[in-house]
Design a protein around this ligand. Structure first.
Ligand code: MN
Length: 365
């Protein structure tokens, strides 16, 4: 669900294609015959996906792993991140390796193909970026995002696909691979979450047709939903309560903000990763165009998340404070000690909030 603005059409302006090594990604380059050919020519394939992974990233990666095994390839899934707790149910057998593991390093040194799924952005690849730059192997991308950096890889991208999972499914069918319940489950997870459970504007009749096919293969949507959203810890529910209970409107009701302090994590027992999606709950208030959430880290640094409904350019506001991101979603990190002089009569965290909110209000004028 946490697509951080990469699907934002505002990101594919002409200037983006000219600057920053961006390339045009609006063209459909998903040629399944050609993809099959490239895979046929490889023997040892590494699969990777983006940081802050979602179900489309991991589901597509795990489904690709099965396709390549079916094709008789040596294959390993290697990521530059630790799987977040709420997604660990996707990988009960520990098939997703971390880049730091010796087995991953050893495999990458002799791989002849690297397939990047569900992203075309350097910023989302973390330490994997260096591997892609340095690697001697051939590189391909299987993706559906509108924006793309030039990763020096052959692209198999269809921006009309609601999820990368759809493209992986098309590949599996093309290969004549029998679709079992597990394979269908990965694709369903990808499809359901990247479409916000079949309600985003990317959804068409064919989305429901694909969902119907996957359900016919044995997927139980109720079970998938339970695994995804009904396994919260009490600590996280209480943390959400703190953030929602404190929410304030600003800027004539167009801005909503809230905050979580270190003490909130201590009192609830919640983890820093438990803040996922809270900002979207804030954005659900009627009339609100921008949500801002301030999260104090164990190090006393303050992480600020900004989300907008198109009118505000979050990235522009974030960049005023050294942060960045996308039009609809951006972030700032104020490392501690903050490089800001706090007036002596002000509570520091409150003062920091007022600074950011002033900037948001100004940017909305
Ligand atoms: Mn996706």
């Amino acid at each position: 669900m946490a697509d951080d603005g990469l699907n934002d059409p505002c990101q594919s302006s002409v200037s983006d294609r000219v600057h920053f090594g961006r390339i045009s990604a609006v063209v459909n380059t998903f040629d399944v015959d050609r993809l099959a050919q490239v895979l046929a020519g490889a023997s040892r394939v590494a699969l990777t996906t983006h940081q802050r992974p979602d179900c489309d990233a991991l589901g597509s990666q795990l489904a690709m792993l099965r396709i390549l095994r079916y094709l008789g390839k040596e294959v390993l899934a290697i990521n530059a991140f630790h799987i977040p707790r709420h997604l660990q149910f996707l990988d009960p057998c520990g098939e997703l390796l971390e880049l730091s593991q010796a087995a991953a390093q050893e495999f990458l040194a002799r791989a002849d193909l690297l397939a990047i799924v569900d992203t075309s952005a350097w910023a989302q690849l973390g330490a994997m970026g260096e591997v892609i730059r340095q690697g001697e192997f051939r590189k391909i991308i299987i993706d559906h995002h509108i924006t793309a950096d030039d990763l020096g890889a052959e692209r198999f991208c269809d921006p009309t696909a609601e999820a990368t999972g759809r493209l992986v499914y098309r590949l599996a069918q093309h290969m004549g691979m029998p679709i079992d319940r597990e394979m269908a489950w990965y694709i369903f997870l990808a499809l359901a979450t990247d479409t916000g459970w079949f309600r985003f504007t990317s959804v068409t009749a064919s989305t429901y047709q694909l969902a119907a096919e996957l359900v016919a293969y044995g997927v139980t949507p109720a079970e998938v939903y339970r695994q995804l959203y009904e396994t919260e810890s009490l600590a996280r529910i209480r943390l959400i309560g703190q953030a929602l209970g404190r929410a304030q409107l600003d800027g004539n009701g167009r801005v909503i903000y809230s905050w979580l302090d270190r003490e909130d994590f201590e009192h609830t027992g919640a983890l820093p990763s438990d803040t996922e999606d809270i900002i979207n709950l804030l954005l659900a208030v009627e009339g609100v165009e921008v949500a801002v959430l301030f999260i104090e880290q164990p190090s006393k640094a303050v992480k600020v998340s900004l989300r907008s409904r198109n009118k505000l350019n979050c990235a522009a506001v974030a960049s005023l404070f050294g942060g960045g991101g996308h039009h609809n979603a951006a972030g700032i990190l104020f490392s501690y000690p903050w490089a800001l002089a706090v007036p002596p009569d002000m509570e520091p965290r409150r003062w920091l909030r007022s600074l950011v909110l002033d900037a948001v209000r100004q940017a909305m004028e």
